[in-house]
Design a protein around this ligand. Sequence first.
Ligand code: ATP
Ligand code: MG
Length: 340
Amino acid sequence: MHHRPTPPTAAATPAPRPRVLAGDRPTGPLHLGHYFGTLQNRVRLQHTGVDLFLVIADYQVLTDRDVAERPAEHAENLVLDYLAAGIDPERATVFTHSAVPALNQLLLPFLSLVSVAELSRNPTVKDEIAHSRQAAVSGLMFSYPVHQAADILFCKADLVPVGQDQIPHLELTRTIARRFNDRYRTDLLPQPEPLLSAAPLLLGTDGTKMSKSRGNAVPLGATEDETARLIRAATTDADRHITYDPARRPGVSALVDLAAHCSGRDPHAVAEQIGPGGAARLKATVTEAVNEHLRPLRTRRAELAADRGHLRAVLAAGNRRANAVADATLAEVRAVMGSV
Ligand code: ATP
Ligand code: MG
């Protein structure tokens, strides 16, 4: 996993810190899918001392809607969720796409390395088109995975903690890095590895992927009453006896999973204990488990929310550092390509 050139004095210099990149679209507040799918891994990696970059992918919002609604407000709230979850702004670089021009320039050479056929058979893109809010599918919908490759490669990330839906994009990033290195006879770009969690695809209150934009999410920052209301409205089925059977009972099993992840228990044991208690008992159990698990995070979040200026300052500092890193990588890319 060593892609950065080894300096001649390698014996004397400490090994470079591994770099980790992760990100989210500023389309709404972070939810339990983010938390168990990637956010916990980001915090855990941060504690091991990696160089962590978090991209707030504001340009990427335009893939499936015509206008990004209140992007700055959503971006600040993402910073709030990160800090509440344990991201340390002294150690992590939190930045927005739109503030880093050099990163965005990498999109052009990278686009030349992939075919239209490759872009159109991406299964995550197909799923997102199916849930899109646009009348017509935009060009950005097809090219955003290449933009994501720029997000990852601008900082030469070694590791990318993601949910299952990002696996095709990571594979494309690796392909782009490999093709770039082959075409320009260099080892400039690393081939980053994905890092999945124990919950790579957490389901929402309707039994499909929990997503900010699908009305099926339990936000980390929801109040305990809101949480209860969201879970009470969840889809279950006609069978009164609660069992864990993700293939045949997606709604019920999604709720069982939520309780299991929040309480650190096995989903079969959770279902068995509720059994004849039915959907009402299940929902009460889930609500209690979620609220209990998130209570410390929510307390921190409420404290941090009082200082919007701090959230903006974290972003400003992150944008400065991301620009410096992106400028350096773009200069290297241009040199390798023979541009002036
Ligand atoms: P949107 O509906 O706007 O696309 P989203 O909820 O899908 O929002 P993203 O910002 O697209 O969230 O994804 C950010 C990161 O969180 C990605 O790494 C993604 O894989 C991960 N993630 C999102 N939803 C889930 C989920 N339900 N389970 C596990 N990981 C998830
Ligand atoms: Mg998404």
